[in-house]
Design a protein around this ligand. Structure first.
Ligand code: G3P
Ligand code: MG
Length: 233
């Protein structure tokens, strides 16, 4: 079962910052998940479109230029990273990356950025999983760049289980720990989908996910989760 650092090692470090990403790398996560919005066509790494919860800024991210947004403190003196910075960093690390699209205008900037990263330093987009709760964005990506792996997010338990993810030709279905059960996992696997579950921080949940046979968990504590997994082997 893979360990995916949720917003980086966000249980101990400010979420969605280079610091939490560095810590996730150091703690030996298999992958890193982060959230992105587009501001003026540039993808920035932040979970909310309002600044209050995670930075010392106020109001909506859309009120500011990218340069202004980079002045805010995102915790421990960290800045809101650009996705471009993260791709460059991960070029030197073994972890794969899950980019969760939050803003509805993120597809064009993403495809542009990936083209540029491939051209400039040979970034391999096979190391990416692009996910969203907005399934229209996933369908749009499937049309324009079919080789990108897609993660279909759900915060519910659909009547026909993982059928929606199969229709999207997704690589994985990414489910909420509060809804997941064995029947859903079996259904997704039978459809050829990977199953990743968020957010799994408690040891009883980690154990239950392993029993279900899920492929990976999103956790805010990648180091501790890995240690727990090793101990119960
Ligand atoms: O991608 C898994 C998880 O991050 C989805 O929910 O709100 O933490 O972005 P959220
Ligand atoms: Mg997320």
């Amino acid at each position: 079962m893979q360990i995916i650092a949720h917003r980086g090692a966000s249980g101990e470090y400010p979420e969605n910052t280079m610091l939490s990403i560095e810590q996730a790398i150091a703690q030996g996560a298999d992958a890193i998940e982060l959230d992105v919005f587009a501001v003026q066509g540039e993808l920035i790494v932040i979970h909310d479109h309002h600044l209050q919860r995670t930075t010392n800024g106020k109001g909506s991210i859309y009120q500011y230029s990218v340069e202004q947004l980079k002045q805010f403190d995102a915790g421990k003196g960290e800045r809101i990273p650009a996705l471009a910075q993260v791709l460059r960093r991960l070029q030197q690390a073994p972890q794969w990356l899950n980019i969760e699209l939050k803003g509805s205008d993120t597809v064009t900037p993403l495809l542009r950025l990936l083209d540029k990263a491939e051209e400039e330093y040979n970034f391999d987009s096979k190391r990416l999983l692009i996910s969203s709760f907005n399934h229209h964005l996933l369908a749009e990506i499937k049309q324009s760049m079919p080789k990108l792996k897609l993660g279909a997010l759900t915060a519910s338990m659909p009547v026909d289980y993982a059928s929606f993810a199969q229709k999207l030709q997704a690589y994985s279905v990414n489910c909420d720990v509060s809804f997941i059960n064995q029947a859903f996992v079996n259904d997704a696997k039978a459809r050829g989908l990977r199953v990743y579950v968020y957010t799994v921080d408690h040891t009883d949940d980690i154990q239950r996910m392993q029993q279900y046979g899920v492929d990976g968990i999103f956790t805010n504590y990648p180091g501790a989760s890995r240690q727990f997994l090793a101990a119960i082997k």
